[in-house]
Structures are given as structure tokens and as C-alpha cells.
Design a protein around this ligand. Structure first.
Ligand SMILES: *Cc1c(COP(=O)(O)O)cnc(C)c1O
Length: 359
């Protein structure tokens, strides 16, 4: 039986995508060859890249002057690559520090220019999204992590600024509409809400590139990949193919507005139970900041000794991946696009039976 997969990443993908991906490993499009053994320059694979590109443009309304790239190295490589390509040595970028991923992005960017942390919720263990901070006009860009996978917080509105932004959208891309034109660059590791690990999506405004004075190694220069449509060298063919299948699935299931609605319904269900159930409490202090993708919660005061008992009940009900990140503790229910509301209902039932047994 397929488990309810609440893993934060690599994470759940739609069942039909798994089936189509499995078939393509055996025989891709009736070619008599596996997707794993054909050239990345074959017309068959070039068509996959093109379709992925068209789907992303269509789903996110990506303006024409932006390029869509599939790179390797994970979102973590984007922490330095963004700064290397967009931040000159004598220039300044602003960062909002909302979690471990932002902190890492800040650290990497410091090697390339001046980094100003405009706001941080670190002293409160990242339990909220900072608001009302000033954004200087002279910044090269403002970097935000739109969804904080570990801490369960999410920017519900973008910061007010005319400075272009750089967004780490690894864990909420394609979950809700986004105004791409507010960003010079968006990046996302595939393995949270788009596909398997191994591909990183980058959406970049072409005009923003080529402005820094430093030498950039060929493979780390976005312009290399823009010029060669992500095929300067061998791209991660299988993760790109599976991502394309997921994008097709999103489109066939009503596109981003439908995903947003479904995600809102799942989030409402889990947060209502977290708030109602006296055995638990949410970790995010401002309910307005609660992530629709990753719900974080812990045992209520005096109940902390029941951690293993709750995990046991989760396991017995086929709910997998509910353990929280070690820096927050407790539990985390990741509810990406492919998760059906029935899985969240199953977890809510576990929470209720936990209350009946141990409350
Ligand atoms: C998972 C994650 C990362 C790291 O992604 P990798 O592809 O493993 O490098 C970065 N940012 C966010 C928001 C994430 O959720």
C-alpha cells in the first residue's frame, strides 16, 4: 500500500508521474530505448526540454525577457552562483534571514560583495517572517527565501520595494501564483515540489546578467546556459524529464490556481487541528506566516515525553516523514502539490486518536 508521504524533500510526486517515469526508463516514447540511454541532443530529448520550458512559461506567466534554465548543484549552489553573477565586489545586496537556507545564502554571498542583512528572525529561532523593515534603494538585489521548509514559515506578500529580488522558491514554486517580473532571478531545487533531486530550476531576467566585472568560470556563468538552452554540457536528463511530467500534471489538473486552492484547503485542515488539539502546538508565532507547504508543530507543554508514542501512531496509520527537522524538533507535515487532502485527513485522524489515547 502506498504510504501518506509527508517528507520535506525529496518528496511526494503525483502517482501518474511515477508510472510514466517508470515506463520511460524501460521504453521512452516507443523508441525501443530507455530515457536513460539516449542522447541529450536527440530530437526526442530536445522536445522534452522545450515542453518543460513552455509549461513553465505558461504556468507562471514568465515574461519573454526571462530565460528558463535547468542546472545542477542543487539550490545550495545557487547561494553562491546568484551572488557571483549579480553582485559586484563594490556593490551591496540585501538579504532577509528567515531560516537556515537564508543563513547559508548570506554566508555564500559574502564572498562576492557587501551583504546587508535587512531583517532576521534568528533570535526567535525563525518562528516568524520579519515585517516593516527598511529596504535601501541602492541594493543590487534583495534575496528572500519565499518558503522556509524547515521552520514552516512563508512570505504571504512580497516585501515592498522597487529593488529587484532574488528568490529561493525551492519549496513553494508552482504551489501558488508568483509575479515573476518582481524578480531578477528565481531558483528552486527540483526535489520539493517539482521532480526528483538532481535538477535546479533557474528563471532569470536576461538583462540582469553580464553586469559584474569579475571573471566567472564558464559553467558557473548563467549566460553559458542561456546561450545553449541548458545543454552546454549534459543536463540532468532524467530529473528534467520527470519534472516535465509533473508540470504536465499540474497543467492537466487546473494549473497554479487549482494547486493554490488545494494547498490552502490542506493547510487549513492541518492548522485547524493543530490549534484545536490540546496535545499539540504550532511553532510559528504569527499565524499569518504559516506555510501552506510545511506545517511545523510540537507536543504541548507537559506532553513532550509522548514523542515516540505519536510517531508510533503515525507509522501504524501509514503516515511517513512526519518527524520534524532537528533544529525545530517535533513534527513537520510537508504537503506539496501532489499530496491529496485524504492524506492530511489521515494525519488529522492520527492526531485525534493520539488525543483520545494520551490526553
Ligand atoms: C531544500 C532546500 C534547499 C537546498 O536544496 P539542495 O537542492 O539540497 O541544495 C535550499 N533552499 C530551500 C528553501 C530548500 O527547501
Amino acid at each position: 500500500m502506498k504510504k501518506h508521504n509527508f517528507s520535506s524533500g525529496p518528496a511526494i510526486l503525483p502517482l501518474p508521474v511515477f508510472e510514466q517515469a517508470a515506463e520511460a526508463v524501460r521504453d521512452f516514447n516507443g523508441m525501443g530505448l530507455s530515457i536513460l540511454e539516449i542522447s541529450h541532443r536527440s530530437p526526442e530529448f530536445t522536445a522534452v526540454m522545450e515542453e518543460a520550458n513552455v509549461l513553465i512559461r505558461d504556468l507562471l506567466n514568465v515574461p519573454d525577457d526571462y530565460a528558463i534554465l535547468f542546472l545542477q548543484g542543487g539550490a545550495s549552489s545557487q547561494f553562491f552562483m546568484t551572488a557571483m553573477n549579480l553582485l559586484d565586489q563594490d556593490a551591496k545586496a540585501g538579504y532577509i534571514d528567515t531560516g537556515s537556507w537564508s543563513t547559508k545564502a548570506i554566508k555564500e554571498a559574502q564572498a562576492f560583495g557587501t551583504v546587508e542583512t535587512l531583517a532576521s528572525s534568528k533570535p526567535d529561532n525563525f518562528t516568524y517572517i520579519p515585517k516593516g523593515f527598511a529596504i535601501p534603494e541602492d541594493l543590487a538585489y534583495v534575496h528572500i527565501t519565499t518558503n522556509n521548509t524547515i521552520y514552516g514559515t512563508q512570505f504571504k506578500t512580497l516585501p515592498e520595494t522597487s529593488v529587484p529580488m532574488v528568490g529561493d522558491m525551492s519549496s513553494d514554486i508552482f504551489s501558488q501564483p508568483v509575479d515573476v517580473s518582481r524578480f531578477d532571478l528565481i531558483y528552486a531545487g527540483a526535489q520539493k515540489n517539482m521532480g526528483p533531486a538532481g535538477a535546479t530550476l533557474v528563471i532569470v531576467r536576461k538583462e540582469a546578467l553580464g553586469k559584474v566585472k569579475r571573471h566567472i568560470p564558464t559553467m558557473l556563468d548563467y549566460r553559458t546556459h542561456v546561450k545553449k538552452d541548458s545543454a552546454f554540457n549534459t543536463p540532468p536528463v532524467f530529473p528534467i524529464y520527470v519534472s516535465m511530467l509533473t508540470l504536465r500534471w499540474i497543467k492537466a489538473n487546473g494549473g497554479i490556481p487549482a494547486m493554490q486552492q488545494k494547498n490552502a484547503a490542506k493547510a487549513e485542515l492541518i492548522y485547524r487541528e493543530i490549534d484545536r488539539n490540546p496535545m499539540f502546538k504550532g511553532t510559528v508565532t504569527d499565524p499569518a506566516d504559516r506555510s501552506t507547504m510545511n506545517a511545523t508543530f510540537v507536543l504541548a507543554e507537559g506532553k513532550e515525553h509522548l514523542n515516540d508514542e505519536f510517531m508510533q501512531l503515525c507509522k501504524a496509520a501509514n503516515c511517513s516523514g512526519v518527524k520534524g527537522h532537528r533544529s525545530v524538533g517535533g513534527f513537520r507535515a510537508s504537503m506539496y502539490n501532489a499530496m491529496e487532502i485524504e492524506s492530511v485527513q489521515a494525519l488529522v485522524q492520527v492526531m485525534q486518536s493520539f488525543e483520545r489515547k494520551f490526553g
